[in-house]
Design a protein around this ligand. Structure first.
Ligand SMILES: Nc1ncnc2c1ncn2[C@@H]1O[C@H](COP(=O)(O)OP(=O)(O)OP(=O)(O)O)[C@@H](O)[C@H]1O
Length: 516
């Protein structure tokens, strides 16, 4: 048997699943035909294996039987890819001078910092209590730690403003020493829902087993959906297990700025040493690496060294790695070596649950009806949701009135008016027409061909979901149709979202365009 059945399965599964499901669970499976003709699918790690076994195995078997027709279907074997198994792209060894020492086996994230060969600092990165001249390098400066460079170099006028020697770095409020982590981002206060379930589960796995099979963990999704929160929750958890763990969180722009500064100061080796000495490196919004070739080059080597040393990396991005324009292919492929998971905008129930939780955390009583009202109106992302809730709470404190749906409506009046102005039937029609490359007049016409009818139904559904117009008003706005046509359109699109991955993706994209 050749792999053709599996290749056909892939085509079907890609149609049936959302792109994030397919990219996360199916794409990483490596297929082989076993010596006895079994179809062996190798998952990169246990997590993916369990997920695929529980959720997709039955469907894969069904498809295999379907494609085999009258022939016996191949036996399916699911397993974790073993070390030594023909890995698609094993990390190349870093250049000798940057080679990290042999990784020490570890059960906790508290491994000793790893230093380049020949460099013997004789102190911990976290150790403030030492003699000798110090300079604070840009990265440690933000992290609250600093280290001694054996031969401090003189500062020259005009050089970038390094912190003067011996100045103790202040740790910002709410920021964990040495990690730049925000204590308020924890697993406990992260509300799980369908939209973030995979990312949440993966992050918890990493917190339990750093440097394990899910390295790097790559979390992608739109703005304000909780990527930073989850990434930092892992960092906080690692530090909770071991307060000496060197967990470093930073925004990708900071990495770029540090590197530029290090190059200007001729301190690139310090830069390399610093970033390679951590136990866990958490970099946010790596889409900012796009087009920055020198940064990518440096990050590529850091990435390899960390992976080789078994140090955990977590990266976030606003899109799927392969879709980042201006990012080298070798980085794109490396980002997929661990686990790539998506976070989607939260659905209504999750939005309500988040609001109730945030209100509770603020010690405020929020009724379900009021939470529901806000969640129905604010759909774009969690940050916006939090902003709206803060406004309502502040207003309630200020006026001494209790929070009811009417009070919420009043408090958010300006915001909702602005939103209504931004999302109305006219611009839904304009954006849907642009998206499907048809004319607005087609949406309003009597034409019933699929190429026009489907976008029209999508636009009507969006109008129902995003505006306060009634069904008769929506029908009327689409070429004078009646409310039963609008109702049919909405039901049809709801049904298609469960069965047709193209429609599901289109709808999601359009929602994103209209609400962000
Ligand atoms: N599921 C959730 N439960 C609780 N709070 C959440 C959840 N998702 C997001 N938040 C909160 O929403 C706010 C925005 O989240 P976060 O900063 O993690 O978004 P992001 O995806 O990293 O966005 P950006 O790409 O803009 O950086 C934070 O205050 C975070 O705590």
């Amino acid at each position: 048997m050749s792999l053709q059945y599996w290749e056909r399965c892939l085509v079907t599964l890609q149609e049936e699943f959302s792109s994030s499901q397919f990219n996360t669970w199916i794409r990483p499976l490596q297929a082989e035909i076993g010596s006895n003709g079994d179809l062996c699918l190798y998952a990169p790690n246990r997590f993916v294996l369990d997920w695929v076994t529980n959720k997709y195995q039955v469907r894969i078997k069904e498809l295999l039987s379907e494609f085999a027709g009258d022939e016996p279907a191949p036996n399916l074997v699911l397993a974790v890819r073993q070390a030594g198994f023909s890995k698609p792209t094993p990390p190349p060894p870093p250049p000798p001078v940057q080679k990290a020492p042999e990784p020490t086996p570890r059960t906790t994230p508290a491994a000793e910092p790893k230093f380049e060969s020949g460099y013997s600092p004789g102190f911990s990165l976290m150790d403030d209590d030492r003699d000798g001249p110090e300079i604070e390098f840009e990265a440690p400066l933000s992290l609250g730690d600093h280290y001694v460079r054996p031969e401090p170099e003189p500062y020259e006028q005009g050089q970038l403003p390094l912190t003067p020697p011996n100045r103790k770095v202040e740790v910002e409020g709410g920021i964990n020493h040495g990690a730049n982590l925000n204590n308020s981002f924890t697993f406990e206060n992260f509300v799980e829902g369908k939209s973030n379930q995979l990312a949440h589960a993966a992050a918890q796995q990493v917190a339990e087993n750093p440097g394990g099979a899910y390295n790097p963990l790559f979390i992608y999704g739109g703005v304000g959906l909780g990527k930073t929160h989850l990434m930092q929750a892992v960092g906080t958890e690692l530090m909770r297990h071991n307060p000496n763990a060197k967990v470093v969180y930073l925004h990708s722009e900071r990495f770029v700025a540090d590197m530029v500064k290090a190059l200007q100061l001729n301190a690139i080796n310090d830069f390399k040493r610093y970033y390679r000495s951590v136990d866990a490196l958490l970099i946010d919004d790596i889409q900012f690496f796009a087009g920055k070739d020198r940064t990518q080059e440096e990050f590529f080597h850091t990435f390899n060294a960390l992976l080789e040393g078994g140090q955990q990396m977590i990266l976030t991005c606003d899109r799927y790695p392969k879709e980042i324009q201006g990012l080298e292919d070798r980085l794109k492929s490396r980002f997929g070596w661990g686990l790539t998971v998506a976070i989607e905008p939260p659905e209504l129930e999750t939005r309500v649950a988040i609001l109730m939780r945030k209100a509770e955390e603020s010690g405020v009583k929020l009724s379900y009806d009021s939470a529901f009202f806000i969640a129905q109106k604010i759909r774009s992302n969690v940050r916006e949701l939090e902003g709206a809730l803060k406004r309502v709470i502040a207003n309630s404190h200020f006026t001494g009135r209790s929070i009811t749906p009417d009070f919420v409506r009043e408090s958010l009046k300006d915001l909702l008016a602005l939103q209504d102005k931004l999302v109305n039937i006219d611009n839904i029609q304009r954006i849907v027409a642009e998206y499907y490359k048809i004319k607005i007049s087609d949406l309003l016409s009597k034409r019933r061909s699929r190429s026009v009818a489907r976008p029209r139904q999508v636009a009507m559904s969006l109008a129902k979901e995003l505006t306060n117009h009634s069904l008769p008003e929506i029908g009327d706005a689409f070429g004078g149709r009646d409310h039963t046509t609008a109702l049919h359109a909405i039901r049809k699109i709801k049904e298609l979202q469960d069965t047709d991955s193209d429609i599901r993706e289109d709808y999601k994209q359009l929602m994103r365009i209209l609400t962000t």
